[in-house]
Design a protein around this ligand. Sequence first.
Ligand SMILES: [Fe+2]
Length: 451
Amino acid sequence: MKNFTKQIFRTLIFVLLISSVFVFNSCEKDDSTNNPTPTNIKIAVFSDPHLYDPALGTSGDAFQVYLAQDRKLIAESDAILQALIAKLLVEKPNLVLVPGDLTKDGEKQSHQKFANYLAQLKAAGIKVLVIPGNHDLNNPHSYLYSGATPAPTPAVTPDEFKTIYKDFGYGSPIEFAPNSLSYLAEPVEGLWILGLDVTKHDNNATSPETAGVIKSTDLEWIKTKVSLAKSKGKTIMAMMHHGATEHFTGQSQFFGDYVIDDFANVSTQLADAGLKIVFTGHFHAQDIVKTTTAGNNTLYDIETGSLVTYPVPYRMLELTPEKKLNIKSYRIEQTSYPLGSYSTFQTYAKGYLEGGLDELIIGILMYKFGLTQEQAIAYGTQVVPLMIPAVVAHYEGDEKPTAEQLATVQQLMKSTDPLIKMFANILGSYWVDLPPADNNIIINLNTGIVE
Ligand SMILES: [Fe+2]
């Protein structure tokens, strides 16, 4: 049963999602006056843009076959990014953070196109810092789609990544971690950013490794930088692609590749080192969770959803001189991509996700669990209408199930049918939103408390 459940979860997440830590040191007042922050610092965060350069090909059977097994808005990724860049050029944040999965599958051409978009921000005086996600480096699935069969296109190596993003964290950071793509930068005076590479790209062989880890050498390096920031009176933030901790109960059991290895121990060490906030992505959901240690130190993991998955969100933050982090969340509402029969981009994106879930669950029941089409449709009739709102709600953040939805979960958990019981467990996990709130929140970095 356990393996059975894990198998369907992994398959679900693969198809659905193929898809900054304020290392706040509790500065004493005397320290912070050494490096005053006279005005609010505006920071934008967007994640998992998964840009695919349309020039690599978006027509032909191969692309359609690809899209059918991946529910990301890949064909739309370029139009979505253009819409966001236009917003940022108006908003003019001081800093933009992008915690990984910059491209569909690490195509060099997509990376170069992404860097060109970031160059527009740089030209407007906006600092940008990026890190790689699990799709971005040495990816054997780097394909172009121009006919009936996908064809390989060059994928970037770690060295090429550093070159392409030399203006966005990798050119002249304060310091690189030893033998790592992790770095420390100071994009705004008094604000240090730890850009952490937690991917396992060295393991990539026939497919990219989804899981992530903070290497032990990186972890020790991070601790020294957090300590140094405290002694210098710097505010320090970090970002990494994978979750620092579980975003719902059981995530590490069912979606272990979406949380860093040994997450409980590592997140505790980060919190006790003085880190307060880490910005993450990877799971394509809007979700904030916190880890509070025995020593009463708190680390907030601020996961931002994906630009290619409903609700296509991004975050705008303000760090006040009083060290309050005011987080607000927005959605891309309009792009140049044709909407077909939909009237708005948001309904289009939601419809794309919901339609994919329907087909996906039926397909999994047939091809992964050997049910006939008739049997799969019969199960699907029961579970699909329940799964769709739960998944959608988790991606939106601030999940609020109705009493009826919760009662249905409880009822299904009593089922003697292991397949139904498994879906009930999945549903129950999705519907419980761990604190704090996910979209709009103020975190006091002096106290570590949500206001
Ligand atoms: Fe992703």
